[in-house]
Design a protein. Sequence first.
Length: 367
Amino acid sequence: MGVRPKSPDFIIFFAVIALLAIGVVMVYSSSAVSAYVNFQDSYYFLKRQIIWVTLGLLAMILTMNIDYHAWRKLAKPVMLVTIVLLILVLIPGMGRVVNGARRWLGFGSLYMQPSEIAKLSMVLFCASSLALRQDRITSFVKGVLPQLLVLLVVFGLILKEPDLGTALAIGGTVFVLLFTAGAKISHLVSLGVAGVSGIIAAIIVEPYRMKRLLAFSDPWADPLDTGYHIIQSLYAIGSGGLFGVGLGRSREKFLYLPEPHTDFIFAILGEELGFIGTITVIILFFLFAWRGLKVAISAPDIFGSLMAAGITTMIIIQALMNIAVVTASMPVTGIPLPFLSFGGSALIFTLSGVGILLNISRYVNLK
């Protein structure tokens, strides 16, 4: 390219490291009680989270030092492998069932979620495909349809697990990428209408999704079942006030709020650290989004621009969805909070994406 790589963007790096540090502290604080009850070890989840963060940072450092153009040739093979893994996880005996969902694929004592790989591989594939079709992007058949067909396959497989939240995050990211690439507004509007119709249908055909929707509209109508998560989450956030009840002093984590260290970690954060804690996390995500989109705008080529936009959008959409669920602004979807929630494959592949974003930032001039 003739451009000498510079240092990666400091603000993106700082925001991610700060969120990871807050996440490690909050995973321990929120999980200590349930870890002791279930495993007789208060540090059970903390020790594992430290391992995942370490592996994730190593993955980030690796991808940060790989020229992002190398991913263009790998996009299709990675997408193909992802689809195979998404199929394998649905096969009885291969996919691990947890809480009625078949989302995990086991390799010995290790488990990973193919849907987490799909988030990143879909961004890689769409960025590569759209960059190749830049001169045909206004044509629905030649410019939009190739990405749409792959999205429908991935969306359908993830929906089958079932995991509507992840499917929505991926769908929303692809929509943003199509917009960024210059797809016609009429095509995007048509896709938006079709997408909303499909989501409504997916909710109607599954009774548990309808229950979640009804619980969202009035959680106190069924406070001990479908509305329980939302009510306990609101109790936690409401108890925090401005400064919180104090780190480690949450009451909801005493087995009142389910999954306090995963999907509802933001609620415990709000309870213990109050408005100050929650707004700090939101500001860090804002900094990440701001710099990530600046990288996308300033990238030296369309592939880098689409990659940066896709990675940034994917992470921010998940953060918005998680915070919206915790604050009862949307129905429960099961989406973790990036960088903060306890998790293995989610953290590793998210940080791998951040590494790619940081590599792209090495080729742009940001002020």
